[in-house]
Ligand binder design. Structure first.
Ligand SMILES: Cc1cc2nc3c(=O)[nH]c(=O)nc-3n(C[C@H](O)[C@H](O)[C@H](O)COP(=O)(O)OP(=O)(O)OC[C@H]3O[C@@H](n4cnc5c(N)ncnc54)[C@H](O)[C@@H]3O)c2cc1C
Length: 462
């Protein structure tokens, strides 16, 4: 049976980020990653299954300042990594971005937000109607004239704002395979069925093979919880999968346009984004639809969901609390209708018109087989729906990650946390100096631009 120091299950952007960190910055010798599909990033990290946003926290009005600064650090790590790669142009993308306020209340909220967030985001600007018109003409104009209602936006025009998380995962794998003096194995078409603990080893069984490891990190999206439950951990969590669908239009936006979050709703408001893989289109979404599967468009994952849902009176209480709020109830109903052919276009048109007032019914096209699933956890003890990533550290060398949005942005930061736990468990050493220099400070070998768009030493000064 093959034996490893560290075995990672799941080759999405989370698992592959850890593979890269372990290969590059530690003295861990034997590392393997397993995935059930034939290539990395086929599930939520697939470019078409998420919004491709590098979340920095400035335009996400559902983030508090604390959360925003945390995500800003995580985003910087992704950017620092990408800017050191020869194929940087396939990994990260510069587009203008803004969050749009419509009407007196939202505009006042954005102006107040700028006072708090502005000092932490030097590129962030208040964009008045005419500024918006310069950056995103279709947003500021209705029937050929400037919109009459009050609008204001917070945004920036010269930052990296989008990531192809699928390409990023492939890049992590490639770099890990090049690590010198390491034994790195990347094993596809291996679906983990069962995990056992035997003395100080984990025994991981797939459909046709068995593996042993001293440390185990599972980054398998909603399936992480299923595998944790198999091992007897995280039984107080239930998983509520929230699917996101999108609509395509012809290219009506130059960049990313977010809208102000209704603070009663647990999921991000609809936004418009370029699609990094489909030039000439704008993608609007995501919607938020509860679905009883762990993988979108894969109904064979229904039994897996049933096993992790673990319905009981605590889960019922959380769902009841959500349904009690009229805004959430309406939102859920609306999101179900967004899936009904014909009707969905008419309903979703209203959402898009908040961003682009002149968009027409015939411009909208439901994006088939686009959009993944956010595995949101329900904490049964505290009777709460958890937003953001969740990590189960067993304390015996196995970690299980569940990663809804902004899990793409958080891939390296999350992997750093895992790396530290794994290194401690294995008694391994981390090259802290290289880690800090390359990922936290961004030692860009080619003098590329940094997070705020400045050119670093070594590059051609502008
Ligand atoms: C609609 C939507 C929009 C989003 N938008 C953004 C965004 O704009 N920005 C952002 O930062 N984040 C976003 N996210 C979140 C982001 O996409 C995810 O957090 C991220 O892709 C999770 O990566 P992962 O590697 O943890 O999981 P995944 O990419 O889902 O990878 C899990 C891997 O585990 C494998 N696997 C599962 N079970 C097994 C098993 N039993 N054996 C072996 N392998 C297994 C799967 O094949 C898969 O490759 C969005 C998510 C959704 C759904």
């Amino acid at each position: 049976m093959a034996t490893y120091d560290l075995l990672i299950v799941g080759a999405g952007v989370s698992g592959t980020a850890l593979l890269h960190l372990a290969a590059r910055y530690t003295d861990i010798g034997r590392i393997a990653i397993l995935d059930k599909y034939a290539a990395p990033a086929r599930v939520n990290s697939l470019a078409s299954n998420n919004s491709q946003t590098l979340h920095c926290g400035d335009i996400e009005t559902n983030y508090t300042l604390d959360k925003a600064l945390k995500v800003q650090r995580a985003a910087r790590m992704v950017l620092n990594y990408a800017l050191q790669q020869p194929d940087v142009d396939h990994l990260v993308f510069k587009y203008p971005k803004m969050v749009l306020g419509v009407g007196e209340k939202e505009c006042a909220q954005l102006r107040a937000r700028f006072e708090t967030f502005g000092p932490h985001y030097p590129n962030l600007r208040v964009l008045e109607k005419k500024d918006i018109a310069r950056v995103e003409p279709t947003v500021a104009v209705r029937d050929g004239r400037l919109r009459t209602e009050e609008i204001v936006a917070l945004g920036s025009t010269d930052e990296y704002t989008a990531v192809d998380y699928e390409a990023l995962a492939r890049s992590f794998v490639r770099n890990a395979q090049r690590a010198k003096g390491k034994d790195i194995e990347v094993l596809y078409n291996q679906q983990v069925r069962h995990i056992r603990v035997e003395q100080d080893r984990f025994l991981v069984e797939t459909q046709d093979a068995g593996f042993q490891c001293r440390a185990l990190v599972v980054a398998a999206g909603g399936h992480s919880l299923k595998l944790a439950h198999d091992l007897g951990y995280g039984l107080h969590y239930s998983c509520l999968p929230v699917a996101g669908s999108y609509y395509f239009t012809p290219q009506v936006l130059n960049g990313k346009v977010y809208t102000v979050q209704n603070d009663k709703l647990p999921f991000a408001a609809v936004h418009g984004d370029p699609d990094v893989q489909i030039p000439g289109k704008t993608r609007f979404g995501p919607t938020a639809l509860m679905l009883p599967v762990l993988e979108r468009y894969n109904f064979r994952t229904f039994p897996d969901w049933l096993r992790v849902f673990r319905f009981d009176h605590n889960v019922a209480a959380v769902l009841w609390d959500l349904m009690k709020v009229p805004d959430i109830r309406n939102y859920m109903a609306k999101n179900m209708l967004y899936e009904v052919p014909v009707l969905r276009k008419a309903l979703f048109l209203e959402e898009v018109r908040k961003i682009v007032p002149d968009i027409r019914f015939r411009d909208l096209q439901f994006a088939r087989k686009v959009g993944g699933i956010r595995p949101q956890l329900i904490d049964k003890i505290h009777r709460k729906l958890l937003l953001g990533e969740a990590k189960l550290d067993t304390g015996i060398g196995a970690i299980f990650n569940m990663t809804p949005s902004p899990g793409g942005t958080a891939c390296l930061e999350n992997a750093e946390l895992d790396l530290r736990l794994v290194a401690k468990h294995l008694g391994a050493t981390i090259d802290e100096e290289a880690f800090r220099r390359e990922l936290l400070e961004g030692d860009h070998a080619h003098g590329s631009e940094d997070f705020t768009g400045r050119v670093l030493a070594g590059g051609d000064a502008a």
